[in-house]
Design a protein around this ligand. Structure first.
Ligand code: CMC
Length: 428
């Protein structure tokens, strides 16, 4: 079977054979299709990248119809059950699971990089008390880069690796310090005896005790949530990371840009939106009315449902639902869970959602756990961003090493006015 696509241009009658490789044709192969010598050549029009692969990647595999998610070939269910987040971050960044020694070194390095330059506190102090934690996080990431001017040497492997270690390590400190500043509590410094999620809980919640001891169930739950959020191939923020990184800017600036993309309610902001929605519904009896409003298309969406890629149950949502009940064993049940479960049950039986293949996504249950862990709602997207930096950085490295990649620069179809002459103010 020839691996080609034959295209006939009915404007000219000419026929072209375009190679098909890995289920795709190269958009640039269409450029030869012209109606005249000075014609620019055919382009594709694909707003929102609905059917365009922007890269080749060996990091994360998703089969949206079957509800499959794998990091470097390992099913998410196995990683969530058996690995730690830092082990998974290593896997994403390096391609293989670490040996015992490699893991010990990686954990030790990350642990010893969690501390922030003391000047950084003044930056955090300068935010208004009610500044949104994601605004703080985005600004803090960009500001962090100013402490490491060598970070711009992105082609030097050692420098690059050092920034990766710093970013993965310092995000928990940045997130926690910004929280303490919001609530007017003194900063709690990292404790090198603790695990990554345990240390984060320590910096968030340590009071006057000499040593903070995280609850192991909650520490583990947070670690699982970190694993589930670590990467998700070419989503909006990862695409931002790659696009901004393709200008060869330093990784702190690219991570800040990716975090900004994550902030939006259609992406990482959805977990916050789910809690607001569940609060607004308020009771089981109000669910049918709410579903009716969603179906009427009046602009209300069932937040935490639907996905550009998954047209089946998001495997992360399944795992998170289970973690939720483990957490509630310790914290007591979040009363909103009953509304969420009933909402899911009704939606999954409803023709509107069935026809559109709308299922719960990762955000449907995660907010309920974060709430039970006493994180304020505004911090939910930060909790998504913390582990996602490992995915962003893995994708950034892959992009930098990919000879096919250049600065990201899409084309446009110009729809504005044809050339015209400037009109003097008194003649307009
Ligand atoms: N509630 C009600 N209707 C929906 C929903 C929803 N949550 N999501 C999609 N639809 C409808 C949509 O109105 C459209 O209907 P119609 O064909 O009648 O016009 C149809 O389903 C297809 O939706 P779409 O908007 O074309 O799908 P998309 O791939 O562009 O959007 C999405 C994907 C995630 C932005 C969207 O499903 C959504 O807004 N969901 C709610 C927000 C949310 O939970 N986001 C978190 C995504 S997962 C975390 C992450 O990866 O960031």
């Amino acid at each position: 079977m020839p691996e080609t696509l034959t295209i006939t241009d009915n404007r000219t009658g000419k026929t072209y054979d375009v190679p098909i490789k890995e289920g795709t044709i190269k958009a640039l192969d269409l450029r030869q299709i012209k109606i005249a010598e000075d014609d620019f050549g055919l382009m594709t029009y694909d707003p929102a990248f609905m059917n365009t692969a922007s890269c080749r990647s060996s990091i994360t595999y998703i089969d949206g119809d079957k509800g499959i998610l794998e990091y470097r070939g390992y099913p998410i269910e196995q990683l969530a059950e058996k690995a730690t987040y830092l082990e998974v971050a290593y896997l994403l960044l390096n391609g293989e699971l670490p040996s015992k020694e490699q893991l010990a070194n990686w954990v030790d390095t990350v642990t010893h990089h969690t501390i922030l330059n003391e000047n950084f506190r003044h930056l955090i102090d300068s935010f208004r008390y009610n500044a949104h934690p994601m605004g703080r996080f985005i600004s803090s990431m960009a500001a962090l880069g100013t402490f490491y001017p060598e970070a711009k040497n992105i082609s030097d492997a050692t420098t690059r690796q050092k920034q990766i270690e710093r970013i993965v390590a310092k995000v928990i400190t940045i997130a926690a310090f910004n929280y303490r500043s919001m609530v007017g509590m003194p900063y709690a410094y990292p404790d090198n005896d603790l695990s990554y999620p345990g240390n984060f809980l320590n910096m968030m919640y340590k009071m006057t005790e000499v040593k903070y001891t995280p609850n192991p169930v909650l520490e583990h739950a947070l670690d699982v949530l970190f694993i589930l959020h670590a990467d998700h191939e070419q989503n909006c923020s990862t695409n931002a990371m790659r696009a901004v990184g393709s200008s060869e800017v330093d990784p702190y600036s690219a991570v800040a840009a990716a975090a900004a993309a994550l902030f939006g309610p259609l992406h990482g902001g959805a977990n916050e939106a789910v809690i607001k929605m569940l609060n607004e519904i308020g009771s089981m009896s109000a669910i049918p009315d709410f579903i009716k409003r969603v179906k009427s298309g009046e602009g209300t969406k069932l937040m935490g449902f639907g996905h550009r890629v998954y047209k089946n149950y998001d495997p992360r949502a399944k795992l998170i639902k289970k973690v939720a009940y483990d957490v509630f064993e310790v914290t007591g049940k979040n009363p909103l869970i009953d509304i969420a479960v009933e909402l899911e049950r009704i939606a999954l039986e409803d023709e509107y959602f069935i026809k559109r293949k709308l299922y719960p996504n990762v955000d449907f249950y995660s907010g309920l756990i974060y709430q039970a862990l006493r994180f304020p709602m505004e911090m939910f997207t930060v909790l998504f961003a913390i582990p996602r930096v490992s995915g962003w950085l893995a994708q950034w490295q892959e992009m930098l090493d990919d000879p096919d990649q250049k600065i990201a620069r899409p084309r446009q179809i110009f729809t504005g006015a044809a050339r015209r002459d400037y009109v003097a103010m008194d003649q307009r």
